[in-house]
Write a protein that binds this ligand. Structure first.
Ligand SMILES: Cc1cc2nc3c(=O)[nH]c(=O)nc-3n(C[C@H](O)[C@H](O)[C@H](O)COP(=O)(O)OP(=O)(O)OC[C@H]3O[C@@H](n4cnc5c(N)ncnc54)[C@H](O)[C@@H]3O)c2cc1C
Length: 363
């Protein structure tokens, strides 16, 4: 076999998986269809604190991150409340350069990164897979995002439930309140999710996401939300965006099964994104890393089957899926207008934003 592991996709899940297998001494190749990992992004790139506590993400250079300790949550009528949690923060990122830095780290640790090489097909061969245009590998990992071609070619179920997110970037701009992540609740502009504005090291990101259905695709009124929220932003309302990011966000929980012998899906390709917060970077990283370790353990020490482990450790998000369904069905503006700033709503919002129950009491 030419490769021990071929990973499709050089984003968060793919990088984590490739690094873990390479550090174990395996021959690893990553296929990425883009010519530059920092272009055509479809993520805001906000990292939750937990994602940056250990491993490679704990070593991101300072100039690529901006620390945000608070959330300002706006009701549809724009009354707002400021939320915080002792010791908790988010990191916004200079995402294009973060993706380039991750790719450089891959190459530095000895992974073969093939840019501008799309995965098109693979067929089973004795002891692994033959990947079209590349060669043979013992394991194939699909970290190729929400519309995974690896899943399709392997005949695995693929993600069907999505939010659609769109975002404007304003370079060198500054928000009126830059130390807060601004979140706008509005059934009109962001049905099923929220709008947001965040300061990052290179400027400001302003976006929204809403529930996307194949039979009812909405048109995002990001300019409408911008007009609605302009008093809170501090960005010239006439200024055109410098760049736009957009994409689908899985929101229905993991797609199972996510593996067949010798092939595993991870990250968005496996639907591993919080159905409620739509945060997928930390979960993609964690799952990709665990899949990488499991493959290495299996190949080098005959450890247990990585495909079963990949499935077992995939978060099910049962409670979050319930909340997602409830929000999809019964979202209304008036309760938020009425309750914003009240203790019950603040409590709920802080639980969701700062993952309190998952973290235990703040130290
Ligand atoms: C608008 C938007 C904003 C978001 N904001 C946040 C946020 O702030 N924080 C957060 O935690 N999550 C956020 N998410 C979700 C998060 O970005 C994803 O969950 C995360 O990027 C998943 O990482 P991944 O590596 O699984 O897949 P992806 O990031 O989707 O990467 C897939 C990679 O595979 C490559 N690829 C695809 N097909 C092929 C192929 N056939 N051959 C070769 N390469 C291929 C792609 O080019 C890409 O590089 C957001 C999503 C969207 C759409």
């Amino acid at each position: 076999m030419q490769w021990d592991v071929v990973v499709v996709g050089a984003s968060f899940a793919g990088v984590a998986c490739a690094m873990a297998t390479r550090h174990a001494g395996l021959r690893v190749c990553v296929l990425e269809r883009k010519r530059d990992p920092g272009i055509k992004l479809h993520t805001t790139g906000i990292l939750v604190r937990e994602a940056t506590e250990t491993g490679l993400l704990a070593t991101i250079p300072d100039h690529l991150i901006h620390r945000i300790g608070n959330v300002r949550l706006y009701a549809p009528n724009l009354r707002s409340t400021r939320l915080s949690s002792p010791g908790y923060h988010f990191l916004t990122t200079d995402t294009p350069n973060l993706m380039r830095w991750l790719a450089d780290e891959l190459v530095a640790c000895g992974v073969e990164l093939r840019l501008m090489q799309s995965f098109t097909d693979a067929r089973r061969v004795d002891g692994g897979w033959h990947v079209e245009g590349l060669g043979s590998t013992r394991w194939l990992v699909g970290a190729d995002g929400a519309k995974s071609r690896v899943a399709l070619r392997a005949g695995l179920p693929h993600v069907r439930d999505f939010l659609y997110g769109i975002e404007y970037e304003f370079h060198d701009a500054t928000l009126r309140e830059p130390d807060a992540l601004h979140c706008f609740i509005s059934k009109r502009f962001a049905p099923g999710y929220i709008g947001w504005a965040a300061q990052n090291p290179a400027g400001v990101q302003f976006g929204l996401a809403f529930r996307h259905r194949d039979d009812r695709r909405g048109v995002p009124d990001i300019d409408g939300l911008r007009l609605h929220a302009q008093g809170t932003l501090g960005i010239d309302p006439e200024r055109p965006p410098d760049a736009i990011r957009a994409g689908l966000i899985p929101c229905g929980g993991p797609v199972l099964p996510l593996s067949i012998p010798g092939l595993i899906l991870t990250g968005d390709a496996a639907g591993i994104v919080s159905p409620l917060t739509a945060g997928g970077i930390h979960s993609a990283w964690k799952h990709g890393d665990a899949v990488g370790h499991a493959i290495a353990d299996h190949l080098l020490r005959s450890g247990s089957s990585p495909d079963m482990l990949a499935e077992r450790i995939a978060p099910r998000y049962r409670f979050k899926r319930l909340l997602r369904n409830a929000f999809d069905r019964w979202q209304m503006d008036w309760p938020f207008d009425l309750l914003i700033g009240t203790p019950p709503l603040r409590w709920l919002a802080e639980e969701i934003y700062f993952h309190r129950s998952a973290r235990g009491p703040a130290s």
